[in-house]
Design a binder for this molecule. Structure first.
Ligand code: NAD
Length: 437
């Protein structure tokens, strides 16, 4: 059992803190956002993740999980400091390192004993080396501190499960002692022989970027194949499922849709492009994946206008799904944002519904209508657009919808609605890459 402080209690920090306390460690989740810490202390969970609330409550009760807005004291009290602050994209595409740098400054001021300084935030390759150099100006590496890169691979929407049963854990460090301590904090997984990969710091940093960029590339690829399917009369579902049966390809991330979003893929892809440019290494695939994604997002607006065979000007569009994927309230870089902007720019109105992300989206768009009932959002609409693959949209009462809509147009950007049912009910519909029935 180790004493651990997580600095940054967002999606990653909170899930990491909870997961490591579940593994038996004593964890402080620290954050400069006082309101967030206050909420957590009073049992309010600031993000939506399946299973998170229950596991937080259990570990708080067992006195293994604490919350604090006192970063200095939290650092002083722990042997392992895990950095999980945001690294958002700057205008030039690089990762913004201000938050990480602020944490390193706090670490320097509070390094009162040997500590492992571990970065879980996704950071450009070379960051670890830079942190070691900064700390080495005042402290001795190996004696006062050791550095570890431990990138995170959890997916929002299944973050708790991903953290507790990971495919792999990457521990990048040049210290055997630090490696042993890190194995210790993940001990229950280590016993179950979950694959822990021991690498250099730079390799660990690269693994994270290479993984996310590859998945982004895979999504862009299948989206472009889906677009071509539409023109040649092929069906993307059959194509993708047959492709996925090939073990060399795998069926994961072969689902066409409205373009990828979220807080990771777009920014990590952008950041790797920036790194490759800085190092003068040509990486055409990355730029292609990015461009294809921008095209895909824009294409959804065109699809909508083609479907209704007119401009969306003065049309009421019901938009189902605001989060960038199902099972999260995170709307960062969500394709829904592009769709809302498209409709508003063209002079249409948006009637939005999401099971949990209405509040997050209302911070970005105050000028659209939000509904807490899916059928109320659809009532009187000229067209309906499904943007997120929430399960509840798979079992919509289409007959009722046909009855309450002004006109019967459905754009299903996630291919989740049954096409024969749509046809039988007389809907005019479109989706991504399917042979229409
Ligand atoms: P987030 O924006 O949800 O949370 C970041 C938190 O850090 C916020 O609560 C903020 O208040 C806090 N913070 C900022 N500066 C601080 C400081 N100086 N001291 C203490 N707290 C501070 O971010 P996130 O989505 O959890 O992502 C964190 C990192 O993990 C990013 O680098 C991201 O790329 C990476 N990552 C994210 C995911 C994901 O699915 N969200 C998955 C893997 C990796």
């Amino acid at each position: 059992m180790k004493k651990i402080t997580i600095v940054g209690t967002g999606y990653v920090g909170l899930v990491t803190g909870v997961g490591l306390s579940e593994f038996g460690n004593k964890v402080i989740c620290a954050d400069i956002d006082k309101d967030k810490i206050l909420q957590l202390k009073s049992g309010i969970i600031p993000i939506y993740e399946p299973g998170l609330e229950e596991i937080i409550k259990r570990n708080v009760k067992s006195k293994r999980l604490y919350f604090s807005d006192n970063i200095s004291l939290s650092i002083q009290k722990s042997e392992v400091i895990i950095i999980a602050v945001g690294t958002p994209q700057t205008r030039t595409g690089d990762a913004n390192m201000d938050y990480v740098d602020a944490v390193i400054k706090a670490v320097k001021q509070n390094l009162n004993d040997y500590k492992i300084i571990c970065t879980k935030s996704t950071v450009p390759i070379g960051t670890g080396r830079r942190i070691i150099e900064t700390l080495s100006n005042d402290f001795e590496e190996g004696f006062d501190f050791d550095y570890v890169s431990n990138p995170e691979f959890l997916r929002e929407g299944s973050a708790v499960k991903d953290f507790l049963w990971p495919d792999r854990i990457v521990i990048g460090t040049c210290s055997d002692k630090a490696y042993e301590i890190m194995c210790d904090i993940y001990r229950p997984l280590f016993i179950n022989k979950n694959p822990i990969k021991y690498t250099s710091v730079e390799t660990a940093e690269m693994i994270k970027y290479a993984s996310n960029s590859f998945l982004a590339l895979k999504i862009s690829y299948i989206n472009e194949i889906a677009n071509l399917c539409e023109s040649v009369g092929a069906d993307i579902h059959d194509v993708a499922s047959a492709m996925g049966q090939d073990g060399r390809i795998s069926d994961k991330f072969l689902h066409p849709g409205p373009g990828f979003g979220g807080s990771c893929f777009p920014k990590d892809l952008e950041s790797l492009i920036a790194i490759s440019k800085e190092k003068n290494v040509v990486m055409e695939t990355l730029s292609a994946a990015k461009k294809a994604n921008e095209n895909q997002k824009a294409k959804m607006g065109t699809k909508l206008e083609n479907l209704i065979d007119s401009s969306v000007k003065d049309k009421n569009i019901a938009l189902l799904g605001l989060s960038f994927k199902a099972n999260t309230d995170d709307v960062r870089e969500s394709s829904s944002i592009d769709m809302i902007e498209f409709i508003l720019d063209k002079g249409g109105t948006v009637r939005a519904y999401d099971p949990i992300a209405n509040a997050s989206m209302s911070k970005l768009f105050e000028n659209i209508s939000y509904f807490d009932d899916v059928y109320k959002a659809i009532e009187g609409a000229d067209a309906l657009v499904i943007m997120t693959e929430w399960n509840e949209f798979r079992s919509l009462d289409l007959a009722r919808i046909k009855h309450i809509m002004k006109r019967a147009f459905i754009l299903d950007t996630r291919n989740i609605v049954n096409m024969s049912e749509l046809s039988n009910l007389g809907f005019v519909y479109d989706n991504v890459g399917r042979i229409k029935i």
